[in-house]
Design a protein around this ligand. Sequence first.
Ligand code: TEU
Ligand code: CA
Length: 558
Amino acid sequence: KENIKWWQKAVVYQIYPRSFQDSNGDGIGDLQGIRQHLDYIQKLGADVIWLNPVYVSPNLDNGYDIADYEAINHEFGDMQAFDNLLTEAHDRGIKIIMDLVVNHSSDQHPWFIESRSSKDNPKRDFYIWRDAVDGHEPNNWGSFFSGPAWKLDTATNQYYLHLFATGQPDLNWENKTLRDAIYKMMNWWVDKGIDGFRMDVISLISKPDNLPDGPIPVGGTYGDANSIVANGPRVHQYLTEMRQQVLNNSDLMTVGETAGVDIENAKRYSALDASELNMIFQFEHMELDNNPNPALGKWNDQPVDLIKLKANLSKWQTELAGKAWNSLYWNNHDQPRIVSRFGDDSPEFRVVSAKMLATLLHCMQGTPYIYQGEEIGMTNATNYHLEDYNDIEIKNAYDYLVIKEQLIDAQTFLKYVHAKGRDNARTPMQWSANDYAGFSTVQPWLKLNNNYAEINVETALADPDSIFYHYQKLIQLRHELPIFTTGEYLLLDSDDAEVYAYKRLTKDEELLVICNFTKEGQIRLYPIPDAAELLLSNYLDDQHELLRPFEAKIYRFK
Ligand code: TEU
Ligand code: CA
């Protein structure tokens, strides 16, 4: 408590550059476009920008397939544009953290081009190559993007591992020369003055010896690689090494994206002694609304069970308290829009439920992340047809689930993608009701959500009751009141299926946070002293024990 780090009080704003602002009329967002909106981010009050990948990439997975770690993709600008952005952000007191994608590279990276060229190339061992076993793949792992996780490369007649797309071969972290090359590249960015890293699927970098088969889900074809690879045998050793070789050189912020993490591993990744990373993204609360049929995984359209959501978020709050640090998020570029998912995006309840969700998250202990457009309540894009999607995960899942395995029909798939597809988050940012939502002067690279005339930044900024100003106030509260950072979390009424209420406690004061998750009125009586101060609410008045649809309140008292 005595020793609060800057990133524990900070709020992060995530930018997906491709979809944020196009400055030169090619339909693709770019670095110059981000510069144009630094005032907007400053007005919101965010302390840090997390930039999704902006490096040279064939864009098979929109920049998560990197062909050059030290150059900017020409679509986004050049290194000068990046340096200008960094300087101007710093001038405003805003930090920038970069996406670090080092579980895999692009198959167009010079390392892989060399590696695949021959079995005795010095870079061969930078990737994971294996012989066929009985004429097929070396093990049963499935890729995160459907199909097998191995591809036969005819040049040398061996398979290479790709946990994601075939164009994203996994790097071999067992190789010390590779690790040193990564640390060198990271230090090159640190020397440029960046403020930290978000580390893509960093929990997957250490593959277990002998690469054992994974469990095949009922009704599925491939083994689950995630449960075998996540938190592998040497992952903590590698991150400790990275900490010593790179991260200790500067006061950086680090957040690991840790698919498949559990509490025990989380406590090590994000321990308060900073021996590895500062914090991690866990996924459990994003998987509660998965399909009950494991072969369908995330593809589903059913609402989340509030009791399960409470239990899960509370577990992370309580278990990490005093030992490690949480990151808090509802949204990112891989998730559907939260107001459509856990709230209600109908015209009647969109604003109030978006504010409720913001309140719930931003009063917890941890570092909150806001994904572009969340602060204006952008919604899922239900105006999309199958041919409108760009995301490789969606395309591959369609080929696999609908065409190849015929587990569901195309209509059901579209329904599920409307609810869960990643492109829901990637539709262009809605700046105004002008042509192309003010994102561009031409047809954007990805179709707009057709509600931009109602939901956009210009409208939000003109309305003092907008979702934007609610986020602004939540950020201000976190900056001003230490209890938001330090207070102990205490869940109330874990079996209440309609209302999520919790406290934050310090030795001299309390916060009480009450959130009605339903579109009905609810009566709840919580003991609130007369002197309690209502810090923030999404209604104009307080009707005490009557909670109106999606009402959210924060009380503070001694
Ligand atoms: O995502 C990793 C990850 O866990 C995803 O596969 C996630 O489960 C899925 O997107 C949810 O639908 C990271 C990046 O955030 C993602 O954009 C990349 O595609 C992926 O790694 C590969 O780099
Ligand atoms: Ca552009």
